[in-house]
Design a protein around this ligand. Structure first.
Ligand SMILES: Nc1nc2c(ncn2[C@@H]2O[C@H](COP(=O)(O)OP(=O)(O)O)[C@@H](O)[C@H]2O)c(=O)[nH]1
Ligand SMILES: [Mg+2]
Length: 297
């Protein structure tokens, strides 16, 4: 049995907003990666571990690949590009209701250089009819030698079992890297910070979502009370952004706190007391020092 155990790494890459993080959550059956309808929600690479009979697949969710503007964006794109070189298989995710475009071309060139086997995953098939799906597959197949093509709906899970089947042959023989009950390589504190950031991203607009970072300051477990006490700071780049996030009479920050607390409670499986602070750090996303401090090294 152990002799034929398969284990390998699979990167999920694609343009911003195509559903990479949604797919990772769907594969794991748990939410560990935050998602939103705004591009560039994901900033770090996140490993999700999927166990199956006779094997283990480590999925690497990555920030969307795009033309980077600014230091934070460059960091994000580097994370994604590096992931393509370090894995056994790449899932190249595209949207069914989109056409192959310049952004894809840039990614395909990178993949050609990396030489890693690539599976084309067409997401959001709930938004198109079968004939246009076939046309899209045709257009992509002309451009690149994909090992497999799998249409899915990451949101409701259609096609995901087929996708998991399709990747198995590309996983090499190897050891079980993580125990059965480990879901991700990210610490709980990181996921908690991300869940708070997601609520801010979802409830704010324009430049605010991109100028927000969240840091968990303290994380205190009180098992006798089935409670975790968390203090976190939301960093913003402008006084005006702070004003919006706090809201009239503190209404916005209360709502954000409630949203985040509910999700963190589900994730940790305990009651949570969450205290949020908002701090202005002018142009943190352009400062090497602040980026490091906030975990974007
Ligand atoms: N209709 C539809 N929307 C989806 C699907 N998968 C993801 N989305 C939505 O697409 C948006 C971007 O998803 P996200 O996972 O954050 O994309 P990422 O930037 O590639 O990680 C979110 O609003 C998702 O709810 C899908 O299969 N169908
Ligand atoms: Mg994402």
């Amino acid at each position: 049995m152990t002799e034929t155990f398969k284990s390998g790494f699979v990167a999920i890459v694609g343009r911003p907003n195509v559903g990479k993080s949604t797919l990772l959550n769907q594969i794991l059956g748990r939410k560990i990666a935050i998602t939103s309808n705004k591009p560039q929600t994901t900033r770090n690479r996140i490993l999700g571990i999927h166990n199956f009979t006779g094997g283990q697949a480590m999925f690497v969710d990555t920030p969307g690949i795009h033309k980077p503007k600014g230091k934070l964006n460059r960091y994000m794109v580097d994370q994604a590009i590096r992931a393509c070189n370090d894995v056994d298989l790449v899932l190249f995710l595209v949207e069914a209701n989109d056409k192959p475009g310049g952004g894809d071309e840039f990614i395909l060139k990178l993949l050609e250089k990396a030489g890693t086997p690539v599976c084309l995953v067409i997401n959001k098939i709930d938004m198109v009819d079968p004939p246009s799906l076939l046309q899209l597959i045709d257009a992509y197949a002309k451009r690149f030698q994909f090992k497999e093509v799998v249409p899915i709906c990451a949101e409701n899970g259609d096609g995901v079992p087929q996708l998991l089947q399709a990747i198995e042959p590309y996983l090499p023989q190897g050891p079980q890297y993580y125990p059965d009950d480990v879901l991700t390589d990210q610490p709980e504190r990181f996921i908690v910070a991300e869940m708070i950031r997601e609520k801010v991203m979802r409830r704010t607009n324009e430049e605010i979502p991109y100028g927000v970072a969240v840091q968990v300051e303290s994380f205190e477990e009180k098992p006798e009370k089935n409670l975790v006490v968390i203090q976190a700071t939301i960093h913003v780049e402008r006084d005006s952004h702070k004003k919006i996030i706090v809201g009239k009479g503190g209404q916005m920050i209360r709502t954000l706190g409630q949203d985040a607390r509910r999700e963190i409670e589900r994730f940790l499986g305990t009651r949570v007391f969450l205290e949020l602070f908002v701090r202005v750090d002018k142009d943190w996303s352009q400062s090497e020092r602040m980026l490091r401090e906030l975990g974007y090294e």
